[in-house]
Ligand binder design. Structure first.
Ligand SMILES: Nc1nc2c(ncn2[C@@H]2O[C@H](COP(=O)(O)OP(=O)(O)O)[C@@H](O)[C@H]2O)c(=O)[nH]1
Ligand SMILES: [Mg+2]
Length: 440
C-alpha cells in the first residue's frame, strides 16, 4: 500500500531539456505545498490555470509558469493534485523539487501517482497497466490499443465475465441446499452450457488474441536468411525503406548480423540481416555464418530468401516460416508454390510479403483489432481461470463433488478479479508498478 497520508512530488516530463517541464504534486497537503513554494494564495480555485512564480528554499525565484489545482476526488489520483508547468529546464525543475521536499513533500516512487489512482478507485489495475503501455507503445496501432484499454474496455469485459460467473456460482450454490430429486434434470446441463457459452468461450476467444496483442507491445524478431548473393540485404533495405545494409554482387559481403527496427502493420519488428549460408574457408565469414544460424534459431519468424535464377539456393535445411523467391526479373518459371515471388531490384512490391509476415506474427485479422490480450500477466491469469472453470465443469453433476465445482469457479472469479486489481493484490500492485516511470 502506498502511504496515502503523504504528499508526493515528482517531475512528470521526460529527463533532459524541453519547451515545458511539469512538476506534479499529489496528496492531502498539495495545496499547502504550492503556497509554500509559490506566490499562489490559499484560496486558489480548482481547475483554473493561474500564472505564478515559484521560489527555492531561500526565497529566490526559480521560474514562473502555470499552476493548476485539482481538488479531491476530481483528479488523476483521486487526491488533491497540483501541477506546475514551467520551463523544461532540468536544473530549475530539480530546484523546484528540492524546494517541495524542503516544504515536506516526499519523492514519488515509480508509478506512485497511478498507483494512488488505483487505490482510490479512479481506475482499475488493467487501466493503470494501459497507462504504462500507452507511454511505451512503439507504434500508433499499439498506442491506439493501449488507449482502448485505458478507456476501460478490457476491464469492463472482464467485469462482465465476472458478473456472469457470480450469477452461475450463486445458482449452483443455491442448488446445493436442495435434495437431488427436487432439481430438474436439465438444471446442470443448462448451467454447463451457460458457463461455456457466456464465460469460457469468451475467455478462449480473448486468449486467441494474445499472440498479436503481446507482439504489438513486445515486438518480434524477424531474421532474413539464405545463400550468399540472393538479395537478403537488398530485401532488408527495401522493407525498412532505408539504405542500411551494404548490397553488392560479391558473395559474402554481409558478415555481422545487422539489426534494424521497423514495423509491419503496426507491429514493432526488429529485422535481422545475416551472412549468406555457405561453407567458407574465410574464418570471418565462418563466424558470420555461425551468427546467422544463431539469429535464425532465436528469431520469432525466419524469412528464407532464394534466387530465382539459381535453383541451388532454393532448398533450406532450417525451420523456415516464410519463403521469398527474389530476382524473378531474371527468371520466373517453375517457382515452387511455397515461395512469395518478387524482385527487390526491379519492382519492389512488398505488400504480399508484408501481409504474410503480419499473419506469421499473429495478425490474421487485418481489419479491426477489437479487444486484445496485450500482457503476459493477463494471459496467464486467463489461462489459469479457464483451467479452474474446466475443472469445475468436470465436477458438475457428481453429487458428492458439487461443492468442489463452486470452489473452482470462485477461484476463477478471484483470478479474473486480479486482472482488475480486486482482492488481496498487494504483491501484484508492487510488481505492476515497479515497471513504471517516476512522475506517472
Ligand atoms: N536482377 C536482380 N538483382 C538483384 C535483385 N535483388 C538484389 N539483386 C542483386 O543481387 C546482388 C546481391 O544482393 P545482396 O542484397 O547484397 O544479397 P545478399 O548477399 O543476399 O545480401 C546485388 O548485386 C544486388 O543488386 C533482384 O530482384 N533482381
Ligand atoms: Mg547481404
Amino acid at each position: 500500500m502506498s502511504d496515502q497520508q503523504s504528499t508526493i512530488a515528482a517531475i512528470a516530463t521526460p529527463a533532459g531539456r524541453g519547451g515545458v517541464g511539469i512538476v506534479r504534486i499529489s496528496g492531502p497537503n498539495a495545496l499547502q505545498m504550492l503556497q509554500q513554494v509559490s506566490t499562489c494564495k490559499a484560496d486558489m480555485p480548482a481547475r483554473t490555470a493561474i500564472l505564478t512564480r515559484w521560489m527555492d528554499a531561500q526565497g529566490e525565484v526559480l521560474d514562473h509558469g502555470l499552476a493548476l489545482y485539482f481538488s479531491a476526488p476530481h483528479s488523476y489520483t483521486g487526491e488533491d493534485v497540483v501541477e506546475l508547468q514551467g520551463h523544461g529546464s532540468p536544473v530549475l525543475l530539480r530546484g523546484l523539487l528540492e524546494a517541495l521536499y524542503a516544504a515536506g513533500c516526499k519523492p514519488a516512487d515509480p508509478g506512485e501517482f497511478t498507483r494512488r489512482a488505483v487505490e482510490n478507485g479512479k481506475i482499475d489495475l488493467s487501466q493503470a497497466e494501459a497507462v504504462a503501455a500507452c507511454i511505451d507503445a512503439a507504434t500508433l496501432r499499439a498506442g491506439k490499443q493501449a488507449q482502448r484499454q485505458l478507456e476501460g474496455a478490457f476491464g469492463q469485459h472482464i467485469e462482465l465475465l465476472m458478473q456472469r460467473l457470480t450469477g452461475l456460482v450463486a445458482h449452483l450454490e443455491a442448488s446445493l441446499d436442495f435434495p437431488e430429486d427436487e432439481i430438474p434434470d436439465l438444471f446442470f446441463e443448462q448451467m454447463c452450457e451457460q458457463m461455456q457459452q457466456e464465460v469460457m468461450i469468451p475467455i478462449e476467444s480473448l486468449l486467441s488474441t494474445a499472440v498479436l496483442g503481446e507482439r504489438l507491445f513486445d515486438g518480434a524478431v524477424v531474421a532474413i536468411v539464405g545463400a550468399p548473393n540472393v538479395g537478403k540485404s537488398s530485401l532488408l533495405n527495401a522493407l525498412c525503406g532505408r539504405d542500411r545494409a551494404i548490397v553488392s554482387d560479391i558473395p559474402g559481403t554481409t558478415r555481422d548480423v545487422l539489426e534494424i527496427d521497423f514495423e509491419v502493420h503496426g507491429i514493432p519488428v526488429r529485422l535481422a540481416d545475416t551472412a549468406g549460408l555457405r561453407i567458407s574457408d574465410d574464418v570471418i565469414e565462418q563466424e558470420g555464418v555461425r551468427r546467422a544460424e544463431l539469429a535464425a534459431a532465436q528469431a520469432d519468424v525466419t524469412i528464407h530468401v532464394a534466387d530465382a535464377s539459381r535453383p541451388e539456393t532454393w532448398g533450406m535445411a532450417h525451420n523456415i516460416d516464410l519463403c521469398v523467391m527474389n530476382k524473378i526479373d531474371l527468371q520466373h518459371d517453375n517457382i515452387p508454390e511455397r515461395f512469395i515471388p518478387l524482385s527487390v531490384k526491379k519492382d519492389a512490391d512488398l505488400s504480399l510479403l508484408r501481409d504474410a509476415l503480419a499473419v506469421q506474427l499473429g495478425d490474421s485479422n487485418l481489419a479491426d483489432d477489437g479487444l486484445l490480450v496485450t500482457r503476459e500477466r493477463h494471459r496467464h491469469i486467463l489461462q489459469q481461470a479457464l483451467a479452474h472453470l474446466q475443472t469445475g465443469l468436470a465436477y458438475i453433476g457428481h453429487e458428492s463433488h458439487m461443492d468442489l465445482s463452486a470452489m473452482e469457479w470462485r477461484r476463477a472469479w478471484s483470478l479474473l478479479g486480479s486482472i482488475l486489481g480486486i482482492g488481496d493484490v498487494e504483491y501484484i500492485l508492487d510488481r505492476v508498478f515497479s515497471e513504471f516511470c517516476v512522475g506517472k
